[in-house]
Design a protein around this ligand. Structure first.
Ligand code: FAD
Length: 406
């Protein structure tokens, strides 16, 4: 009898952790495990805002896949998935196709633009190394260009971030640290540059503890971030953003809009025919969509409900990693002929949002609030812990955030 084929799509948190766990739990002759990813590297999505602002080089964020997988146990295919065909158990790639007995989908997120006029065409999003690198270079180009034009254009120095959720806040925090350096480098007075954060909800960081929200806003405002709260973005063009607040229409001249206000699951998954809910696929407690015993979905493509709040769990790296560990354990059971799968129960350890490299807020161990240095240190501990799980001490030493004082 031939070995079963396990195909894992995407080497984000969910995909790569499934592969790393399977290579430990399965013998080389138990199954053929194949990991497919667009790039030769895995990147830590949770650090991309730093690359986009230019406060951390993108080579720190990416990890070569062959450095963490055991190629005698996991076959790595660098290719782009174009179609998933569950009815014939195949995956189509730009450069070929793969057949599977078990499929793990971890293709991550894409921006949800809610039909806002011009947003898709004119705004940047932080969703990959390439997109982060483009934002950094775009901002630097505009700073360089500013002093090289006879007519000084303010739109080059106004940076607008759509959304004051987790990603938007973390990004403006990095920008607030980076802009003074850029001003020095390009001979631009700091007061000429505006960082404007536009949020439709009545508060920044909706869902966060109000005391932490206030701390975050004070910290960011002190470093020059302007907030437009309760402001609905209506339109984005090449050189302006239009929003409505208190029934008044306002415009900001800008050619840098970064959209950080909504994500959905990768649209390839919905296209494959799985029933979707706002771009994410509802899965059962074994992380399989109803009616598909051979498909597991991990990370941002999966939708799981929090029974206590009757709302979906937010898409996070923390949950993607835990789902991957659970899926690898359940696949190992299936390969060994067991039919009982363990249910997935998220074990939420808290949330920490950075406000630049030197400040942060968070809630850990159920209700312990952290501010400033202690939150920054906790964030680094969380990041290093992930690297330890993924590639052991050598990876922590190579890519970890080991300076707790900066
Ligand atoms: P991803 O990590 O997005 O990985 C998807 C992978 O699939 C990528 O490697 C991609 O290249 C690959 N891929 C996509 N399409 C294809 C294709 N067609 N073919 C082949 N490969 C493909 N969460 C937290 O828990 N804590 C945080 O502090 C936090 N901070 C964040 C900060 C930022 C700036 C952002 C953007 C997100 C943050 N998140 C955080 C959310 C977290 O990053 C996501 O929930 C997490 O990345 C989801 O993991 P995933 O495995 O589903 O997908």
């Amino acid at each position: 009898m031939r070995n079963p084929n396990i195909v894992i799509l995407g080497a984000g948190y969910g995909g790569i952790m499934t592969a790393v766990k399977l290579q430990k739990s399965l013998g080389a002759n138990d199954a053929n495990v194949t990991l497919v990813n667009k790039h030769s590297y895995h990147y830590q999505t949770t650090w991309l805002h730093e690359n986009a602002a230019g406060t951390l080089h993108h080579d720190r964020t990416r990890i070569q896949i062959k450095d963490v997988i055991n190629t005698s146990k996991v076959n790595f295919v660098q290719d782009t998935v174009t179609d998933i065909k569950p009815e014939v158990k195949k995956v189509l790639l730009e450069g070929g196709e793969l057949s599977y007995d078990y499929l793990v989908i971890g293709l991550g997120f894409e921006a949800a633009t809610f039909g806002i006029s011009g947003l898709k065409e004119n705004a940047f999003t932080i969703n990959s190394i390439n997109s982060a690198r483009m934002i950094r270079q775009h901002i630097e180009y505009n700073f360089a260009k500013y002093n090289n034009e006879a007519e000084k254009k303010q739109e080059r120095l106004n940076i607008v971030v759509g959304g004051a959720g987790f990603t938007g806040i973390e990004f403006v925090g990095e920008l607030a640290n980076r802009i003074p350096e850029l001003c020095k480098e390009y001979d631009i007075p700091r007061e000429k540059v505006r960082i404007i954060n536009v949020e439709a909800a009545p508060t920044a960081l909706p869902g966060f503890d109000p005391e932490l929200v206030e701390y975050a806003m004070n910290s960011l405002e002190a470093r020059g971030v302007e907030f437009k709260i309760g402001a609905m973005i209506k339109e984005v063009t090449e050189n302006k953003l239009v929003f409505e607040k208190d029934e008044q229409r306002e415009e900001i001249e800008t050619n840098t809009v970064v959209w950080a206000a909504g994500v959905r699951g990768n649209s390839l998954v919905e296209k494959a025919g799985f029933e979707a809910n706002r771009g994410r696929i509802p899965v059962g407690e074994d992380l399989r969509p109803e009616g598909y015993d051979d498909v597991f979905i991990v990370g941002d493509c999966a939708l799981i409900m929090n029974e206590e709040t009757d709302r979906p769990y937010p898409p996070t790296a923390q949950i993607a990693i835990q789902q991957a560990e659970q899926t690898a354990a359940n696949l190992t059971r299936l390969i060994r002929g067991e039919d009982h799968l363990e249910p997935f129960e998220p074990d939420l350890k808290g949330t920490v949002a950075s406000l630049g490299h030197n400040d942060a807020i968070g809630v850990v161990f159920d209700d312990k609030k952290l501010f400033g240095w202690s939150a920054t240190a906790m964030k680094k501990i969380i990041d290093n812990r992930y690297l330890l799980k993924l590639g052991g001490v050598p990876l922590v030493l190579k890519k970890g955030k080991l300076n707790f004082f900066h």
